[in-house]
Write a protein that binds this ligand. Structure first.
Ligand SMILES: Cc1cc2nc3c(=O)[nH]c(=O)nc-3n(C[C@H](O)[C@H](O)[C@H](O)COP(=O)(O)OP(=O)(O)OC[C@H]3O[C@@H](n4cnc5c(N)ncnc54)[C@H](O)[C@@H]3O)c2cc1C
Length: 433
C-alpha cells in the first residue's frame, strides 16, 4: 500500500514540535549559535535554559526517539523519526533539546547494540539522560574514508589494552566524557577482522588533545574549535572496555554510520526547507525595477526548481526510512538507498543554500541571517560520514548487482534481432511481407 499521510495523533505531536521550536528553542539558537556551546555540558547559562526544555520534551514523550522503548526512547521507527527530524534540523539546538544530537545518537546506538550490561550502565545511561556527551574517534590524519590506512593500534598487555596512534577530526572530544576509538588489533587480518572498538574515558592518562581544530565558521580567538586532533600515547584501558568482539570493530563502525547518515539527511531536509521558506518570504517582500521579486520569471523558476528538488530529496529520504523500518534489521536492504541519500544530500544542500543567499542579495552574504551559518556547512556535507565518491561507488555496485553482461557482441536491446524475433512471434498474423 502506498500512503503519504500522517496519522492525526502523530501530526498533533509534530504540530507541538513546530510551536515549541519556534517559541522556546529558536531563542537558544540566536543566543548561542555555536556548536561548541551546544556540546559544552559545563556552560552554565545555556544549560540553565536547556534543562527545562529537555524536561518538556520528556513530558511529551518525544525524548531520544531514535531509540527503542527499552532504552528510553519511543520506538517510533525511522519514518516517524524522519518527520520529526526534518523539523529539528531547522535549529542548531533542537537535536540536543530532543536527545537526538550526533555523534551521541550513533554512539548510543552501538552501545545499545554491542555493549555489555556494565558498559550500558556506566556509559550509555548517562548519555541517554543527556548528562554527558561522547565522541567517535575513527578518522586518522592520513585518511578517513579508507579503513585500510588506519594505523592506530591496540595491543593486549595482561589485563589491559594499550592504544597508540593519532586520530583526526574526533568531533567534540574536548567536551566528551568518553571516546569510542577504532584501533587495529590484527594488522594482517582482512579488513572485516582487522580492528576493534574501545571505550576510552576522557581522563585516561596518555590521551592528549594535540589541538582543537576549528571547522569553517568556528573562531579560533573565541576558543570555539570542536574538531579534536588526538594523540593516544600508551593509553591503557581494562579488557572490559572493548565494545563488541575482538576484531569486530569494522562491523560496529558500519552499524553506527548507517543510522547516522539517514538522521543527518532528515535534518538536512529541515534546513533546506528553512532556506526555501526564507526565499519565498524574500520574493514576496522585495520590490525592484517595478515588480516584486516573486513576479519575475527567473525568480519563479528558481523557486519552482527548489521546491521540486527538495520534494524529490524528501521523498528519497522518507522512502529510505521506510525501507529501514521494513528491513527486519538487515542493513544490506537499505545500503544503496542510504548511499543515494548521502550523495543527493550534499548536492541539494549546496544548491538550495546558494540560491537562498543569492536571492537575499548583500544581506544573504552577511552573518545577519541563518544562511551564512548554513553556508559554512556546505563543504562538509559531502565529507562527513564519508565522501560523496565513496557513496557513489556503493550505489553503482548495488545497482550493478541486478545486471549481467550482454551475451553476444551487441547489447540485449539491439534492435535487429528483436525485430526478427517479433516478426517470428507474430508470423501467422503478419504473413509474408
Ligand atoms: C563535519 C565533520 C565531522 C566529522 N566528524 C568525525 C568524527 O566525529 N569522528 C571521525 O572519526 N571522523 C569525523 N569526520 C571525518 C570524516 O569521516 C572524514 O572527513 C571522511 O571520512 C573523509 O576522510 P578524509 O577527510 O581523510 O578525506 P580523504 O579520504 O582524504 O578524501 C578526500 C577526497 O578524496 C576523494 N576520495 C576519497 N576516497 C575516494 C574514493 N574511494 N574514490 C574516489 N575519490 C575518493 C574525494 O573527493 C574526497 O573528498 C568528520 C568530518 C566532517 C567534515
Amino acid at each position: 500500500m502506498w500512503d503519504f499521510s500522517t496519522d492525526p495523533e502523530f501530526q498533533a505531536k509534530l504540530d507541538w514540535i513546530d510551536r515549541f521550536l519556534r517559541e522556546e528553542v529558536e531563542p537558544l539558537d540566536v543566543l548561542y549559535p555555536s556548536v561548541s556551546v551546544v556540546y559544552d555540558t559545563r556552560h552554565e547559562k545555556s544549560r540553565a535554559i536547556l534543562r527545562p526544555l529537555q524536561e518538556k520534551v520528556r513530558q511529551q514523550k518525544l525524548w531520544a526517539c531514535h531509540l527503542d522503548p527499552h532504552l528510553g526512547g519511543e520506538g517510533y521507527g525511522q519514518l516517524k523519526l524522519a518527520l520529526m527530524n526534518e523539523r529539528l534540523g531547522r535549529s542548531l539546538w533542537a537535536p540536543t533539546v530532543f536527545g537526538t544530537a550526533a555523534p551521541d545518537t550513533g554512539n548510543a546506538e552501538i552501545l545499545a547494540m554491542f555493549g555489555t550490561p556494565e558498559q550500558k550502565a556506566r556509559y550509555l545511561q548517562p548519555l541517554l539522560d543527556g548528562d554527558i556527551v561522547s565522541c567517535f574517534s575513527m578518522t586518522e590524519p592520513q585518511g578517513g574514508a579508507d579503513p585500510r590506512v588506519f594505523t592506530t593500534t591496540a595491543v593486549r598487555d595482561g589485563e589491559h589494552w594499550v592504544i597508540n596512534g593519532e586520530k583526526w577530526y574526533s568531533s567534540n572530544a574536548r567536551y566528551a566524557e568518553f571516546i569510542l576509538v577504532l584501533a587495529v588489533t590484527a594488522a594482517d587480518a582482512p579488513i572485516q577482522n582487522r580492528m576493534s572498538m574501545f571505550i576510552v574515558p576522557r581522563e585516561t592518562p596518555g590521551l592528549e588533545i594535540i589541538r582543537n581544530v576549528p571547522h569553517m565558521g568556528e573562531r579560533l580567538e573565541q576558543d570555539e574549535a570542536t574538531e579534536g586532533y588526538l594523540r593516544y600515547d600508551n593509553v591503557r584501558v581494562p579488557l572490559d572496555h572493548m565494545l563488541g568482539d575482538i576484531g569486530g570493530g569494522f562491523a560496529v563502525a558500519q552499524a553506527r554510520l548507517g543510522g547516522g547518515r539517514i538522521h543527518h539527511a532528515m535534518r538536512t531536509v529541515g534546513q533546506c526547507q528553512r532556506a526555501l521558506d526564507m526565499m519565498c518570504e524574500r520574493a514576496l517582500s522585495r520590490y525592484t525595477q517595478g515588480t516584486l521579486l516573486a513576479e519575475k520569471g527567473t525568480v519563479q523558476a528558481m523557486l519552482a526548481d527548489t521546491q521540486i528538488e527538495l520534494e524529490q530529496f524528501r521523498l528519497l529520504v522518507l522512502k529510505t526510512a521506510w525501507i529501514i523500518d521494513n528491513s527486519h534489521g538487515d542493513p544490506r536492504k537499505a545500503r544503496a538507498h542510504i548511499a543515494m541519500v548521502k550523495v543527493a544530500m550534499a548536492k541539494i544542500y549546496y544548491e538550495i543554500v546558494r540560491r537562498a543567499i543569492h536571492l537575499h542579495g548583500s544581506l544573504g552574504a552577511t552573518f545577519e541571517t541563518p544562511l551564512a551559518y548554513m553556508w559554512n556547512n556546505v563543504p562538509t556535507m559531502g565529507l562527513a560520514d564519508g565522501p560523496t565518491e565513496v557513496h557513489q561507488v556503493t550505489v553503482a555496485r548495488e545497482l550493478l548487482r541486478n545486471y549481467k553482461a550482454a551475451e553476444g557482441l551487441f547489447p540485449s536491446e539491439h534492435l535487429p534481432p528483436k525485430i526478427a524475433a517479433a516478426r517470428d512471434r507474430y508470423a501467422d498474423i503478419l504473413g509474408e511481407q
